[in-house]
Design a protein. Structure first.
Length: 187
């Protein structure tokens, strides 16, 4: 599984460049249309529609190319065939996470299931890196199965936070540095 921060950087660059190209074409078109003259500097319809088709093709191609870069899509599509190496059952009630252990220890490469149940409100369950960027998140809804599979590709320490508004107390729903991912333990 590719690290989601790498995917985010790549998609940010690709879509930023795409947006800049669109804006430059719009500026060029606006300049040509508003330029004073006898009509010979007006954009020809064939040229304009060629640019529109080019930008549409480029945009669709970007979506198709980046579709399979989402790190969890393959795991979600094949989850019926996947048996997690570890499973952590977490309960949420009264704006508090009830964790199975003080620290959840995971080895790099393990597939982990986070099975989260709420007993009262809708909450979020997000795992955050130490730089406060989000690794993943899901909504936790009462009366439904709320689980996510994840394969960690590098060591790190992660914080659990609620990512869903659940009232004023929800802002304090943070479990700092409770997920530790380490290199394989040699026994």
């Amino acid at each position: 599984m590719v690290d989601s921060s790498l995917v985010l950087k790549g998609q940010t660059i690709a879509y930023t460049l795409y947006t800049v190209v669109i804006m430059l074409v719009m500026l060029w078109f606006a300049y040509k249309v508003t330029k004073t003259g006898k009509g010979k500097n007006v954009v020809k319809p064939a040229l304009f529609y060629t640019f529109v088709i080019f930008l549409t093709t480029l945009g669709i191609s970007l979506h198709i190319i980046t579709f399979n870069t989402i790190p969890w899509s393959e795991m979600d599509l094949n989850r019926g065939k996947i048996t997690p190496d570890k499973s952590f059952v977490i309960t949420v009630e009264d704006h508090q996470f009830k964790l199975p252990d003080e620290e959840m220890l995971i080895e790099v490469g393990e597939i982990v299931e986070f099975d989260v149940t709420t007993l009262d409100l809708t909450y979020g369950f997000g795992l955050f890196r130490q730089d406060n960027s989000m690794l993943f998140q899901m909504q936790v809804v009462p009366g439904h199965r709320n689980d996510i599979l994840w394969q960690f590709v590098k060591p790190g320490i992660y914080t659990i936070r609620s990512t869903e508004y659940s009232g004023p107390k929800g802002i304090a729903m943070v479990e700092k540095d409770v997920v530790r991912v380490v290199e394989k333990i040699i026994e």
